[in-house]
Write a protein that binds this ligand. Structure first.
Ligand SMILES: *Cc1c(COP(=O)(O)O)cnc(C)c1O
Length: 228
């Protein structure tokens, strides 16, 4: 039995238990398998084990894996920082983008989304921990950004995403995730998505309403390089 399939079983149990503990509907939390730094073969394995959604942070790396995995009906999510010169390829090759944090990027994605494709699903990344170095829009700027992005023709604004400052303290984790949930509720745009929770804090995220958890390490093992 493969390690990845074993990891997936353990992860599914964590998600199930956290969903139940939160009194939420079974199946209301979706798994995004974050495969940055991992080979296409690992994605093939996770797909064979029943996972359909894959998240990548680096465009060139993602495009190479997509080319190798063309035969699989995967749904690709871009979750990394976005430079303007990468928007065209992202608009052409992904189904979701979780890391939009400024209007200029959203406008380019909308303009560059090919006509034959469904609208690109968008989450706005919000900096809920207030760290200077992190990407994400400031909470104060979110209402105007969300309104403008919701009006773009070839995008479908689905919700919000955050990467809080890492903490092992469950209370601190939940405070950050609760603030993202409250920001979303305050927008009143009928958004259905909260992309929050990673390997170490998915229980806190699910308790606070996550609809996507983005999981790398707990599925594929530790990464050899790249961001933690
Ligand atoms: C790497 C990464 C993840 C996965 O993190 P793990 O701790 O390995 O589960 C999730 N979201 C984003 C944006 C990432 O860059």
């Amino acid at each position: 039995m493969s390690t990845i399939a074993d990891n997936l079983r353990a992860l599914a149990a964590r998600i199930h238990d956290a969903t139940q503990a939160a009194g939420r509907e079974p199946g209301s939390v979706q798994l995004l398998a974050v495969s940055k730094t991992k080979p296409a073969a690992a994605i093939r394995e996770i797909h064979a084990a029943g996972v359909r959604d894959v998240g990548e942070n680096y465009l060139q790396e993602a495009l190479a894996k997509q080319a190798e995995l063309r035969d699989l009906p995967l749904i690709w999510h871009f979750i990394g920082p976005i430079q303007s010169n990468k928007t065209k390829a992202i608009a052409e090759h992904f189904d979701w983008v979780h890391s939009v944090d400024r209007l200029k990027i959203a406008q380019r994605l909308s303009e560059q989304r090919p006509a034959g494709l469904a609208p690109l699903n968008i989450c706005l990344q919000v900096n809920v921990s207030g760290e200077d170095s992190k990407s994400g829009c400031a909470p104060a700027d979110l209402p105007a950004l969300a309104k403008a992005v919701a009006a773009l023709p070839n995008l479908r604004l689905r919700g919000l995403m955050a990467i809080p400052e890492p903490s092992e303290d469950r209370t601190i984790q939940e405070v950050a995730f609760a603030s993202l949930r409250q920001l979303q509720q305050g927008l009143d745009l009928g958004l259905d998505t909260l992309s929050m929770g990673m390997s170490h804090d998915l229980e806190a995220a699910i308790a606070q309403g996550a609809t996507w958890v983005r999981i790398g390490t707990a599925l594929f093992g530790a990464r050899q390089y790249g961001p933690a």
